[in-house]
Design a protein around this ligand. Structure first.
Ligand code: ZN
Length: 221
């Protein structure tokens, strides 16, 4: 048998075989945002480190206190969609140092509860079927809001982190808004900015806040 060695010359993007994906080790179920959809992420971090420039950060969750998840792009509590759109919740992850309870409301109505989540073990749900407003309003005839609340049901204060991934789906193909209303993390002032803006100084209290921009995200991230 004639055995010979030869060197493969790199071609195209990446190396040595021209592939775009140089490394890939996807373990989780991915989220693919399609045409007519936009990614949304919301959550809250309650930690002894206290608030940072990100509006979803704050101090520890005190015993008996209730707090709401914050939209990562606008700093406002909850997630909402306009008439003609739907919201899909894909996953939810929680880590906590105290016993907590998490519940979801759709248009103010209780729709899902996690039960008691105990400290020490991260909680993660990635549903086979997303939680979707289009399941209750298939024609998207009305605007909807989803809120995610967390209550500290323990006897002491604690560190709590929660994050959920959504998509907004447009049924009737109006363009997505090119602006967003920011809620100041520090003083509550609200003002409108282009959706791509991520680093802001509040016109009212002059403090800086940082938010995210997912308006151009596609595929698995
Ligand atoms: Zn402010």
């Amino acid at each position: 048998m004639d055995i010979s060695n030869h060197v493969v010359q790199p071609e195209g993007v990446g190396s040595p075989d021209g592939q775009i994906d140089v490394s890939s080790s996807i373990q989780r179920s991915g989220i693919a945002v399609k045409y007519g959809q936009q990614l949304k992420i919301g959550g809250i971090i309650c930690d002894s480190m206290g608030s940072s420039v990100f509006p979803w950060t704050r101090g520890q969750l005190t015993a008996g206190e209730v707090v709401y998840a914050i939209d990562y792009e606008s700093g406002t509590p909850g997630t909402s969609c306009l008439a003609g759109q739907g919201v899909d919740l894909f996953d939810l992850c929680v880590a906590t140092s105290v016993k907590i309870k998490v519940w979801l409301t759709l248009d103010g109505q209780l729709v899902a509860v996690t039960g008691i989540i105990s400290p020490g073990t991260p909680y993660y749900q990635n549903w086979v079927k997303s939680f979707a407003t289009l399941d209750v309003d298939p024609s998207a005839s009305s605007p909807h809001s989803i809120e995610c609340a967390i209550k500290n049901v323990d006897i002491s204060n604690g560190d709590v982190s929660l994050r959920g991934t959504f998509a907004i789906t447009s049924l009737h193909t109006p363009p997505f808004p090119v602006s967003k209303v920011i809620r100041c993390h520090w003083c509550g002032y609200k003002w409108e900015v282009p959706r791509e803006v991520t680093v802001l100084t509040c016109p009212s209290c002059k403090k800086e806040i940082w938010v995210f921009d997912f308006s151009h995200r596609r595929g698995v991230m």
